[in-house]
Design a protein around this ligand. Sequence first.
Ligand code: F6P
Length: 374
Amino acid sequence: MLGKKNIKKKIGILTGGGDCPGLNMAIKTVAQYAMNKYGWEVVGVKNAINGIVSDVKLSGEDSDIIEFSPSFSFSEYVRQGGTFLGSFKKIKTKRYRNVQNDEDLVSVMLPTFKKNIKEFNIDGLIATGGDGTMFMLNYLCEKSKIPFVGIPKTIDNDTPGTEISIGFSSAVDAIVNAMDSIFWTAKGHRRAIVTQVMGRDTGHLAMHSGVASCADIILVPEIPYTLSGIIKKIKDIKAKEKRDYFIIVVAEGAGLEKGKPLPKSADYTVAEYIAKALDKAGIEARADNLGYIQRGGLPNGYDRMLAAELAILAVDLMADGQSAVMAGMKDGKPAKVPLKNVCKKETRGLNLSSPIVKTAIKSGIYIGDVKKVK
Ligand code: F6P
């Protein structure tokens, strides 16, 4: 077992999937805690899964790994956004490019993975990632007979099995800051500004940041809306508050009205679609798209704390001989989650009876046709 005293062990840590604020704190805590508490050696694997399923270089400036030592300084990294180990959402290696799905991909990658973990000389692997990264690495580790522990991260906050993922809170802050700037242009020009935020499948980001930004309208993938509902809300505000500027937050996955998906061939965003409909109804509107400023910003206090807590649990789980598990959050506390409840499961959508949704409704924000939600 990895935790057994007096046995020199070595683990790897890597960051998979899209970047987000807080990853560097997770790397730092895994490395320092594993070295200090258990006396293990720790190696950082660069470039996500790519760094462990490709031809690797173990030394020199372009080495694919970083051998951490107790004197390694993380102090600047923990204050930075992104991940200093680097990440990729896709598998870059040419020989895997034509493989269609994750299941085939992992079996094709297995021989190189096995070879590399021997070269790295590691006895276990910890990775931050979404369900895709965790599925692949867990399979590869299981077949190679080494333990795997995952740590959830995504600004979308939709990883199954955990209440919150690293990066979400900082992304909400980034959106709220941006909305506080956008507000003044909306007010100065007496416009509706429709701001698109990330959230391909789920509306956690839009709903939380929209409520915090005092948005008039929030649109998310989980709740169908109508253009007439949006226009009515704007007219009501005009009539009651004598206000002629409006703040609208829309998740990129909110789609078109009445639950219709945005066509794949569309050369416009959801925000542009709504702004156009408002203009047509005589309400001056502009569309904006916040893009990567939501993902690449600095980690806030909460995300640093969350990353540290989950990293400690991940190392402890590994020391306890656990595998195929994730260090998640349950009832506000770090908790072990079996990966069978995470990988290949539906993304964790916005719970429509959650406090944030209820708050939005009770605050009078138009969030679509809540009655039509199943
Ligand atoms: O990390 C997930 C996400 O935030 C999605 O909401 C969004 O669609 C995606 O990232 C876009 O990222 P990329 O362009 O890196 O694929």
